[in-house]
Design a protein around this ligand. Sequence first.
Ligand code: GDP
Ligand code: MN
Length: 382
Amino acid sequence: MDLFEFQGKSLLARVGVPVPAGRVARTAHEARSAAEAIGGKVVIKAQVQVGGRGKAGGIKLAGGPDEAEARASEILGMDIKGHTVRVLWVEQASDIAAEWYVSFTLDRSARKHLAMVSAMGGMDIEAVAADTPDKVVRMHVDPVVGLSPWQASELVYRAGLDRATARKSAAVLRSLYQAFVSLDCDLVEVNPLILTATGEVMALDAKVTLDANAFFRHPDFEAFRDDFTPDPIEEMARQRGLNFIKLDGSVGIIGNGAGLVMSTLDVVSLVGGRASNFLDVGGGADAATITNALEVLTNDPTVRSVLINIFGGITRCDLVAEGIVGAVGGLDLPWPLVVRLDGTNAAQGREILAAIASDMVIPAPTMRAAAEKAVALAGESA
Ligand code: GDP
Ligand code: MN
């Protein structure tokens, strides 16, 4: 789960990483009040779950409350890489002497954590890594040993961070690693970690990705969701216990089992189409589950045809077919359905479907044939 910057910073602050003081604002007026409370110069920062806000104009300096209100109204509602800005973080402006890059993540192939540190932090670390890879120091951290004081110092020296504040920087690196491990993060990235004019080392930005599988250890993390604006269709699917992810094509996909759904996405793209979603109804899907899944897709205006791909195991194809019959009768589906059934009770399922086959319900013998038909119906390929 990707956190907003302000949420990430609140977690970093818990383990002792210095962060500038700030407040959340959801309106321009709240941004004014925040600026009044903080005093002096402030930075108005768009809170979106995506990077590159600075370049997109989502980060602006303000001299005081009036300016804070004006800048806030410019940033609110802005679209940053498909994310609408609804929340702002108003923060005490920092006097920056240097901008560094630090991240901790997991390197699965090495079975170790990976630390990356660069003295060339700021906005475009990808460009630094591509053009001057030697400016980004990469070191594995043994998860059993953790980031020891000597290794933190080694990172600081090898990356060429400021010598006078090396001890402080090393301590901050260790706190960031501590956050990464103790909070069960997939990623802790601070770009930039800054050195201020007065010699302080602070996290000016925070990209924290939490591992939702570890939330049982951190029940309070669920509350972070309250600040997100959920995609209405994803939310509807979640409430119905369906695994749904929105994609950007126009062929709706329903399948049982994550592996089968992923291969269905591949086959759709192989035959020249693009899926509008990933939707896994899970094992043991019955008529009600199929109706639920179809109903979720009716709320997505980008869908132009739907491909149902079921491989019956625990799931029985006759029940799936009954679900389709019920949904077609009761839901007034706005697009044609292509259905491929195989596995447990496939023969019965196909028989049930044959009875309602039409321009709107099209049984297909194989996954490939089904994908070709669904893609053609969506008007995506010749
Ligand atoms: P990102 O573009 O989404 O990564 O957002 P950041 O929080 O990293 O901010 C981008 C850049 O804005 C930073 O690298 C800084 O150069 C600048 N910036 C952010 N906050 C401040 C601040 O308090 N003072 C100054 N002078 N610059 C800031
Ligand atoms: Mn940044």
